[in-house]
Design a protein around this ligand. Structure first.
Ligand SMILES: Nc1nc2c(ncn2[C@@H]2O[C@H](COP(=O)(O)OP(=O)(O)OP(=O)(O)O)[C@@H](O)[C@H]2O)c(=O)[nH]1
Ligand SMILES: [Mg+2]
Length: 288
């Protein structure tokens, strides 16, 4: 606002050829602004998730106990559980409040290389699709049939994608093991059916979310309208910066800055010309 006021002033005194707005300072300011706006724009994905519920996908082989885990976390019998592999066919989504966050837990069809029928194949396709929007994957494996390294080795093929969100490994059915597995970094051992190890799992989920940049006290963009306004502000500021680098005309630079100000003003409230003029007259004594 201040620089815009100075530029306006320069234009009023254009015949005198004075520079009220130091260009190097203005460039540095615009560069800093671009960085700040860029960070805000990048925060939009997280901001939206925080507002709409953070998607967390529960995936793994058939019969691993994914639906049992969903029910245990929700403390209600939401998804059908059975000893038949391939019980969950479609994705099941439920909200869970945890540590001040609203989570969207997504139970999915068990993943396997060779589905037995077209419905199961479609369920697996949907499960893999859900991974794209998830912020975190809870990869559930049956600890009585697979070790952690085995689960980790087969997971990429089952998940079937290069780009994956962070994975939290969840070894289930420890109640059936003769001795409980030793604690290990990066894996949580649970019994979904006996509701054992759930507190540790919840803690691990929250730790992962914090690692992903959720809840570190940063300002997050969460509204599409704000995202759109900042995108326009970014474009105008970049435009002004390009002009300054090319020694573009003051009028054109001022025009871009006015546009940026108007875009930001849509969020903060209108920034009027009176304020700019107020700035001019509070700092300069203009007269004969
Ligand atoms: N002993 C024991 N059994 C479990 C545990 N968790 C799940 N089960 C059993 O394992 C079987 C499969 O559980 P589900 O929750 O339906 O498994 P799923 O991973 O959702 O399976 P799909 O939907 O077919 O992919 C059921 O018979 C559950 O009762 C556990 O912690 N301990
Ligand atoms: Mg299931």
């Amino acid at each position: 606002m201040e620089f815009l006021a100075l530029l306006e002033l320069e234009m009023d005194f254009s015949e005198e050829d004075v520079e009220f707005a130091p260009r190097a300072q203005l460039k540095a300011l615009l560069e800093a602004l671009l960085e700040e706006i860029g960070a805000l724009l990048r925060s939009y994905r997280i901001g939206q998730a925080v507002r709409q519920g953070i998607p967390i996908a529960i995936v793994g082989r058939p019969n691993a106990g994914k639906s049992t885990l969903l029910n245990a976390l929700l403390a209600e019998e939401r998804a059908i559980v059975s000893d038949m592999p391939g019980t969950t066919r479609d994705t099941v989504e439920e909200r869970l409040f945890l540590g001040g966050y609203e989570l969207r837990l997504i139970d999915t069809a068990g993943l396997r290389e060779h589905p037995t029928d077209a419905i199961e194949a479609e369920g697996i396709r949907r499960a893999r699709q859900k991974l794209q929007e998830a912020f975190l994957i809870l990869y559930v494996f049956d600890a009585t049939t697979e070790t952690l390294p085995e689960a980790q080795a087969s997971a990429p093929l089952l998940l079937g994608q290069a780009q994956l969100p962070p994975i939290l490994w969840v070894g289930n059915k420890v109640d059936l093991l003769p001795t409980p597995p030793p604690p290990q970094e990066g894996v949580v051992w649970i019994s979904a059916r006996e509701k054992k190890g759930l507190a540790a799992l919840e803690k691990a989920i929250l730790a992962q979310l914090e690692k992903a940049g959720i809840g570190d006290g940063e300002v997050l963009l969460s509204h599409a309208r704000h995202y759109e306004s900042f995108t326009r502000a970014e474009k105008s500021i970049q435009g002004a910066l390009n002009l300054l680098r090319e020694d573009g005309g003051t009028e054109l630079v001022a025009e871009e800055l006015r546009a940026a100000q108007a875009a930001i003003g849509e969020i903060t409230g209108e920034i009027g010309t009176e304020e700019i003029l107020g700035h001019i007259f509070s700092r300069f004594c203009i007269g004969k």
